[in-house]
Design a binder for this molecule. Structure first.
Ligand SMILES: C[S@@+](CC[C@H](N)C(=O)[O-])C[C@H]1O[C@@H](n2cnc3c(N)ncnc32)[C@H](O)[C@@H]1O
Length: 255
């Protein structure tokens, strides 16, 4: 899927040559996840009402149509030039700036934005703390960071690991440890509790957590339409935000 470049310890997942939109989102199997993420962001931003929004690791601008309904200026940053080009070819509003760069070294001035949004990017962060420090730098005082955590201790993983509990107990306990779960050379999942600890260590105040993608299952997605699943997800989000059992957990925190 992605190549990993750079020899330093903060490896960058370079999407060069990967048609992320066509191969991942247009495959016809992720309409539920896509709809759910748009609705979740809409719900969060309706409450926060930011004036300026920065999407870090924006890809081809998949979520732009939703967050550009809020505020008056937008910055889209990504490492992959071809994805930024794709974003630039969509219908962008006048106060939109596209920037090429890395989330480890964000080329944006201090205290520039009210809201930093980063969705599906933590998969590629070997050093999330560095990103949190960079997000802190560009956020205005009282600004918000919205970050999506790919959860390694979601219910399916727990169930899958249970039978191995007797032969290899460390596998099960790893799910709850601070260690990231390495899925391949450039793809990680995390324990949300550890990430929340790291955000607090970097002075962020945690305002809310949201569990989402309750129904990320091929069986359910084949049988129930994405709109219905998204409605059910929204209900789930209201009741189960405190236990991190879904594959995707959003954290909303304040500078
Ligand atoms: C899974 S995609 C998510 C894209 C978008 N946020 C979305 O939800 O559609 C991950 C994105 O992170 C970008 N990325 C990976 N490493 C990066 C880095 N070090 N700095 C900036 N962007 C990076 C990739 O180019 C890709 O666009």
């Amino acid at each position: 899927m992605t190549n990993t470049s750079s020899s330093n310890k903060r490896k960058i997942s370079d999407y060069k040559g990967y048609d992320y939109k066509k191969d991942f989102w247009d495959s016809g199997t992720r309409e539920y996840e896509n709809l759910c993420e748009h609705k979740t962001i809409q719900k969060i931003l309706t409450k926060l009402k930011p004036t300026s929004i920065t999407d870090i690791g924006c890809g081809f601008g998949r979520l732009y149509p939703t967050y550009s309904q809020f505020g008056t200026s937008w910055i889209l940053l990504d490492y992959a030039h071809h994805l930024l080009k794709q974003a630039s070819e969509s219908n962008l509003k006048p106060n939109t700036t596209l920037i090429s760069g890395s989330f480890y070294d964000i080329p944006i001035a201090k205290e520039t934005t009210d809201c930093v949004l980063s969705i599906r990017t933590m998969h590629h962060m070997i050093d999330p703390e560095r990103f949190f420090q960079e997000a802190w730098k560009i956020l205005n005082y009282n600004g918000h960071l919205i970050v999506e955590i790919p959860n390694k201790r979601h219910i399916k993983n727990i169930i899958k690991t249970l039978p191995k509990l007797f032969t290899n107990p460390s596998l099960f306990f790893d799910l709850f440890s601070d260690k990231r779960l390495k899925l391949n050379d450039s793809f990680y999942n995390f324990n949300p509790t550890s990430i929340i600890k790291l955000l607090k260590k970097n002075n962020f105040k945690i305002e809310k957590t949201i569990n989402t993608s309750f129904f990320r299952s091929a069986f359910l997605k084949k049988r129930i339409n994405p709109q219905k699943l998204t409605q059910l997800d929204m209900i789930g989000q209201s009741f189960f935000s405190w236990i991190f059992l879904t594959p995707s957990v959003y954290v909303i925190c304040k500078k």
